[in-house]
Design a protein around this ligand. Structure first.
Ligand code: GAR
Length: 197
């Protein structure tokens, strides 16, 4: 059974979905660590409530990225982690850190990559005038919001949508997509999950 760490910075709703599916036996993995770079991130309490060990490594406590990532690496090694899921983890990881974990490091991004990398993806989608939008789970490589696509979920964009409407519609699909991709990986498959709504 894969030992899974989930890295968060905020509310942790994707993390909760991954933990629930593992704890209910629908994913052949065990949530062994939820780590946040933000002290008091609401997701930490949700992980604790589900009995998952948590750790906080505040990036501001370290003089540079190498020091911060060294501290994360120590916590991950102590928890004997096999696989890392980034779930709303809002720090860019260095090529050196990514190289250590490549093939065992996933991310969820709120757009249909390669469209709309970076921040404010729902605003980018509205400004581009696209008719569909969505989210992507991908393997992490040194390039930002790049790497092999393991699954995507599509939602419609409605003419009256605000950024918040679109974010909520996409997040609902994120909660289905991430567990589906992680389940396949833990079965030993190299997934290409497509969720079309
Ligand atoms: C999610 O929408 C996730 O896709 C996004 O942050 C949100 C976290 O929500 N991630 C990124 O933008 C990464 N670049 P959550 O904390 O409730 O899971």
């Amino acid at each position: 059974m894969k030992r899974v760490a989930i890295l968060i910075s905020g509310s942790g709703s994707n993390m909760v979905r991954l933990v629930e599916e593992m704890q209910d036996g629908r994913i052949d993995g065990r949530p062994v660590l939820v780590l946040s770079n933000v002290e008091g991130a609401p997701g930490l309490r949700k992980a604790e409530a589900r009995g998952v060990p948590t750790a906080t490594v505040p990036h501001a406590d370290y003089p540079d990225r190498a020091g911060f990532e060294g501290a994360i690496q120590t916590v991950l090694e102590r928890a004997e982690v096999d696989l890392i899921c980034l779930a709303g983890f809002m720090r860019i990881l260095s090529p050196e850190f990514v190289a250590k974990w490549e093939g065992r490091l996933l991310n969820i991004h709120p757009s249909l990559l390669p469209l709309f990398k970076g921040l404010h993806t729902h605003r980018q989608a509205l400004e581009a005038g696209v008719a569909v939008h969505g989210c992507t789970v991908h393997g992490v490589t040194a390039a930002l919001d790049d790497g092999p696509i393991l699954g995507q979920a599509v939602v419609p964009v409605k003419p009256e949508d605000t950024e918040a409407d679109l974010a909520a519609r996409v997040l609902k699909q994120e909660h289905k997509l991430y567990p589906a991709v992680l389940a396949a990986l833990c079965r030993g498959d190299m997934p290409k999950v497509a969720l079309l709504t």
